[in-house]
Design a binder for this molecule. Structure first.
Ligand code: AHR
Length: 648
């Protein structure tokens, strides 16, 4: 028997009822209002999610600022040399550049992020900050080359002058390649100095130059997220304070965004990624813009004066916390301030005169213990005084229960935190057992932000394999409990969001990609089915007068949007046998034609891959009921979402 099936035997075997189970919906008596922020996304630059992923730059180490300045670069030919010069005392933000001395023909080659994904017929924008430092003007050409080193597109730059200037050229690519490289060829006799060497596809999200990967943003848009949490995650904390995430170094001129090592570079010995750095081409301005594009609330998380507690015990002394709190105040000004303010002006200069409408701010990521609460309170005191309109989010640390978790809640209850962030990375069984988690939570005080969760199934070799159907099914069961408790659960996000199949550090993840394509996991489809079928109010769905949260392996939640005239029902069967369901809808006039979407796989361990992206895929159909009544068979191991038209 299948391992996973064995593991969850108790739960799965319970559901063998032959007669129909009677479920009643009371549509006339809403039990909670659902926040527009209910289902959101958690973005962290982990697994090459930003550089090498969402940020469409194809050149790795474009400004030679990696620890090893030549990482990602090689030279070609013998008639020249390449040297990296470092002017860190005069240009601390972007100190290095390349000096290329040529006597004949000489090239430099960039390998990209595990290669460069390029497409036949598409245009590519090359740019390079350069000057001719010595000798006669040289001919400078750029080429894309495929895996066989054949040229598949290119162009020649205009003459490089004696002053630093950004030189640009656009060319078309003649062949699709997943692992192309960029070659810059210098012909002549002289010296050229170069920095910020960049190649972008023109086809980015909203065709923005230097923008984001279109297929990935489209997948985010299709989730219709209520919020975008950024930039993490542990990346906010840094391994040490010097390498914490500092939003101010990620905005303004690209050349001034100081590159640092990504904390996931060396986090896991078995998944080392020595070439993982943060260029911050995707910085705070771009995150706000992304949230706006997606119609989602921006939710930045800021460092609270503490480095990652798993890595170091480094904290800033309490009496030196002011610059950190000032960063928070300045961020609010950057997002919401007028053009006449210092940071609002920068936002306007970057292209967004209108405010971004920031309403939420997270203080610290996954911190714990007294050192966190003391620091959080200092932030809270000043932020609540100066910006009472901003909802503050505080955290409970890495665990979903236990002493550390209880201590956190005890301490946070005494604060004015608006939302408390809980994290749970657990075995699927935990999700099956915990659908009632919030039924008994305190209804007063801070609301819940289920800020990071994912069911962690068995490890298998294929990158995408941990995103099994079983893990997604378990999450669906649990999410019915989040939805039922929407009076206190105001935000929830699966984590992490994105992962490169060849460069991941953490799994499971919601969306997998390589250099050319991306796929949705079963977990993605669960998220999508919830977020795209959310009413405005929760209504009760009961069996024998009780909530349906795992008894007999059945889980259910129901919501209504009266204005839109739609009632949504989510039914999840975690059993190995199908169930007959009779649904009675009271308190509203329900129509007969029902849209039904089912997500199911016969094999609980099934997962989607780049090669087979639709092994687990939602199927749409129609069901016909009588007025106010619907009978259906809910398949084994199935999530079924019903959209029932109701009279307004
Ligand atoms: O999502 C991956 C990591 O899990 C996050 O960075 C951190 O907050 C949590 O431990």
């Amino acid at each position: 028997m299948h391992n996973i099936l064995k593991l969850s035997l108790a739960l799965l075997l319970a559901g063998t009822t032959a007669h129909a189970q009677q479920l009643t919906i009371e549509a006339g008596k809403p039990t909670a209002t659902i926040q527009p922020t209910m289902w959101g996304i958690f973005f962290e630059d982990i697994n090459f999610a930003a550089d090498g992923g969402l940020y469409a730059e194809l050149v790795k180490n474009r400004s030679f600022e990696f620890l090893h300045p030549m990482m990602g670069w090689k030279t070609s030919g013998k008639e020249g040399s390449m040297l990296i010069e470092n002017r860190y005392q005069t240009h601390p933000e972007n100190p290095r550049f390349a000096t290329i001395r040529v006597n004949g023909s000489f090239g430099i080659v960039n390998e990209g992020f595990r290669g460069m994904g390029v497409r036949q017929g598409e245009q590519y924008d090359f740019s390079m900050l350069a000057r001719q430092a010595d000798g006669a003007p040289m001919r400078v050409s750029v080429y894309l080359v495929n895996e066989k080193n054949e040229k598949i597109g290119g162009a020649t730059l205009n003459k490089i002058g004696y002053d630093w200037k950004t030189h640009r050229v656009t060319f078309i690519c003649s062949q699709t390649a997943e692992k192309a490289k960029l070659e810059i060829l210098f012909d002549g006799n002289g010296v050229i100095q170069a920095d910020m060497i960049s190649l972008f596809p023109q086809q980015t999200w909203k065709e923005r130059p230097g923008g984001l990967r279109k297929d990935l943003v489209q997948k985010l848009a299709d989730l219709k997220p209520g919020f975008v949490r950024f930039p993490g995650g542990c990346i906010v904390e840094g391994k040490d304070l010097a390498n914490r995430y500092q939003w101010k170094t990620t905005v303004g001129d690209l050349q001034q965004r100081k590159v640092i090592m990504n904390r996931w570079n060396v986090e896991f010995a078995h998944r080392n990624a020595p070439d993982y750095f943060q260029s911050f081409g995707l910085g705070f301005y771009e995150y706000f813009q992304l949230a706006e594009d997606l119609g989602a609330a921006p939710l930045p998380i800021l460092n609270c004066g503490m480095a990652c507690q798993f890595n170091s015990s480094e904290v800033v002394p309490l009496d030196e916390l002011d610059p950190y709190i000032q960063d928070a105040l300045d961020l609010i000004e950057f997002a919401n301030g007028g053009e006449n303010t210092k940071w609002g002006k920068l936002r306007a200069e970057m292209g967004h005169p209108a405010p971004f409408g920031l309403k939420h701010l997270g203080i610290g990521n996954e911190q714990w213990d007294r050192q966190y609460f003391e620091r959080y309170q200092q932030f809270e005191k000043i932020l609540k005084e100066k910006h009472p309109e901003i909802l503050l989010i505080s955290g409970t640390g890495p665990y979903s229960d236990g002493k550390m978790f209880d201590d956190a809640w005890a301490a946070l209850r005494k604060t004015k935190a608006d939302l408390v962030d809980e994290h749970y990375y657990k075995h699927p069984d935990w999700f099956l057992r915990n659908a009632k988690r919030y039924d008994t939570y305190d209804r007063e005080g801070a609301k819940i932000f289920a800020g990071e969760y994912a069911a962690h199934d068995k490890e298998q070799p294929a990158a995408e394999s941990r995103n099994s159907w079983f893990s997604a099914l378990a999450e669906a069961c649990f999410m019915t409990g989040l939805e039922r408790n929407a009076d206190i659960v105001h935000m929830a996000s699966y984590a992490p969001l994105l992962a490169h199949v060849e460069a991941w550090q953490w799994r499971p993840d919601l969306i997998w990609f390589n250099n050319l394509t991306s796929i949705c996991t079963p977990n993605y489809y669960v998220q999508q089915l919830f977020s795209n079928n959310t009413g405005k109010q929760v209504i009760s769905i009961l069996q024998d007068g009780k909530v349906i949260a795992g008894e007999d392996s059945l889980y259910a939640s129901a919501t209504i949007d009266r204005e839109a005239g739609k009632l949504f029902v989510k039914l999840v069967n975690s059993a190995a046998q199908p169930k007959k369901i009779d649904l009675r809808i009271k308190g509203v006039s329900a129509q007969q034609e029902v849209i039904s979407t089912t997500l199911h796989a016969a094999d609980l361990m099934a997962y989607n891959t780049i090669q087979e992206p639709q092994k687990v895929y939602p199927e749409k159909g129609m069901l016909t009921g009588k007025r106010g009544e619907l009978s259906l068979e809910l398949g084994a191991a199935t999530l079924q979402v019903l959209e029932i038209p109701v009279k307004r």
